[in-house]
Design a protein around this ligand. Structure first.
Ligand code: SF4
Length: 277
């Protein structure tokens, strides 16, 4: 059995930067805290924990040392809290998320009702809402069809949302608002990864998607493969691979989310090949 790797795999630049900044902070020997999982991947969390990095939920849990803000960013009040505590802060917010935060604030300052396409409890969305406290978050067509008519609507997106959903939302908002302003903040790296998943789906019946169960961009790859009628299985590591998923297949596809390290993908590939041998 052949295991076909997608043409896009491994860390995106935002995840790479967040992991490297956390590791560099750990090298200093000071206590290092990640405010939430630095990226949504359990293997990376284990690797950082082994270097002494502690995950905390609130800056108040850190009494000394360095706090690293994760790739998803934080609301301004959280940043202010870190500063008020006098702790050293390393900002690993992805540059694309910072851009989305700036646009969200601009829309709110200009008097637009901000509409965010995203998952309300996702940390990136929680961060964005901090820049537009009255923002409305919608995730599904059912939800945005319930939006009231409005005068000025401003639309942004969580970086990992699918581009087709953003397009549909924008088209709907243009119908219900007198004035619409749009900032396309869908991450181009995740779009490329989604294209790679679609290409892979054209070549196989079964796709293994590797990444954190709480990783939004990984879950989107699973959805895409399913929408193309493929068998798609979401796993975090090689041990979860089940022989029955591979039975009767001459080749399967393999793709990872933007926070899945290449070595995890190689482990899954080798395990799949060993099962099929
Ligand atoms: S997926 Fe995109 S927005 Fe998110 S960390 Fe990676 S590059 Fe940045």
């Amino acid at each position: 059995m052949e295991v076909l790797l997608a043409r896009e795999n491994g860390f995106c630049f935002g995840v790479k930067k967040a992991v490297e900044l956390t590791e560099a902070a750990a090298e200093t020997g000071k206590p290092v805290y990640n405010l939430g999982q630095v990226v949504h991947n359990p293997k990376i969390s284990e690797r950082l924990a082994a270097r002494g990095v502690t995950v905390i939920k609130d800056p108040a849990e850190a009494k000394e040392g360095v706090i690293v803000i994760r790739a998803h960013g934080v609301p301004p009040e959280t940043r202010a809290k870190i500063e008020a505590q006098g702790l050293e802060c390393v900002d690993a917010t992805c540059s694309l998320v910072l851009r989305a935060q700036r646009f969200t604030k601009q829309l709110a300052d200009e008097g637009y009702t901000v509409i965010i396409l995203g998952t309300p409890e996702h940390p990136e969305v929680v961060g964005l809402r901090g820049f537009a406290p009255n923002a409305i978050v919608v995730e599904t067509k059912d939800e945005w069809e319930k939006l009231p008519r409005m005068k000025k609507a401003g639309v942004v997106s969580q970086s990992t949302q699918p581009p087709w959903a953003f397009k549909d939302l924008v088209a709907h908002v243009a119908e219900i608002a007198q004035e619409t302003k749009v900032f396309n903040t869908v991450c181009p790296v995740t779009v490329k990864r989604q294209h790679a998943a679609s290409e892979l789906a054209e070549q196989v019946r079964t796709i293994i998607v590797v990444g954190g169960k709480n990783s939004a961009n990984t879950r989107e790859l699973v959805n895409l493969a399913k929408m193309q009628g493929r068998n798609a299985y979401h796993i975090e590591h090689a041990d979860e691979l089940r022989p029955e998923w591979l039975a009767g297949e001459t080749r399967v596809g393999l793709i990872g989310g933007c926070s899945t390290p290449m070595d995890t993908l190689i482990e899954v590939k080798e395990r799949a090949e060993a099962i099929a041998a």
